[in-house]
Design a protein around this ligand. Structure first.
Ligand SMILES: N[C@@H](CCC(=O)N[C@@H](CS)C(=O)NCC(=O)O)C(=O)O
Length: 216
């Protein structure tokens, strides 16, 4: 049975791999799992057929036979549990890798994603500058904690895991804003992950979708 995921027909990130199908594609590539992609317009995402599998009308989703999943973190965990290379076999190391998956999605992603939303939705509001610098302060604290934990290591806990995969997809949203660059070990960590062949295959695949949607 072929795995099918959903992604934007035309991603608002213009093929920069910031949409959350990127983390699912990357996990599938790391695990060596072939997959197909069903592309959705913003309109189709809100129609009953998609709402039946993603109640919030969002991407990504994952379908494998009778199993349908949404929530990119849950999908990455499922892929990591089924395939090789993303979760250690040893029980304690496995629990710690899952802990880092939650840290990425629950501690780092909220302020980082809020910052992106504020820049899009609140730019003309009187509180814009104050809100942006408050979020920057929270993000800096989170990055400080992450940076001291990582130190000179290549990955967050021994070998590369699904925890690193999610963390890097979250940190990438900060690239070019200065915040990540203030922590050279984190910038190097992201670059190290982006150099992985599986990352590159996933990145090119999602970029090709955007290129095709812009071609006509
Ligand atoms: N927590 C969800 C968030 C999903 C999400 O926000 N998807 C975005 C793309 S990255 C989306 O579909 N946005 C369009 C919309 O909400 O209408 C996950 O991780 O899967």
């Amino acid at each position: 049975m072929t795995v099918t995921i959903t992604a934007f027909e035309r991603s608002p990130d213009r093929g920069n791999g910031l949409a959350r199908d990127m983390r699912v594609r990357w996990a599938l590539e790391e695990a060596g799992q072939p997959y197909e992609v069903r592309l959705l317009s913003f309109k189709t995402m809100k129609e009953p057929a998609h709402l039946a599998i993603q109640p919030f009308g969002q991407i990504p989703t994952y379908e494998d036979g009778e199993l349908t999943l949404f929530e990119s973190g849950a999908i990455v965990l499922h892929v990591a549990e089924r395939g090789p290379g993303l979760l250690p076999d040893e029980a304690k190391a496995r629990a710690r890798a899952i802990m880092w998956m939650f840290a990425a999605l629950n501690t780092l992603e909220p302020p980082i994603f809020d910052r992106s939303l504020v820049r899009i939705l609140e730019r003309d509001k009187p509180w814009y500058e104050e809100r942006l610098s408050a979020l920057d302060e929270i993000i800096r604290k989170r990055l400080e904690g992450l940076s001291s934990h990582l130190g000179d290591a290549d990955w967050l806990d021994g070998a590369f895991s699904a925890g690193d995969l999610l963390m890097v997809t979250v940190l990438r949203r900060l690239q070019g804003l200065g915040l990540l660059e203030e922590r050279p070990n984190l910038a190097a960590y992201v670059a190290r992950a982006e150099a992985r062949p599986a990352y590159q295959r996933a990145f090119e695949a999602q970029r090709a979708v955007f290129a095709a949607s812009s071609a006509g």
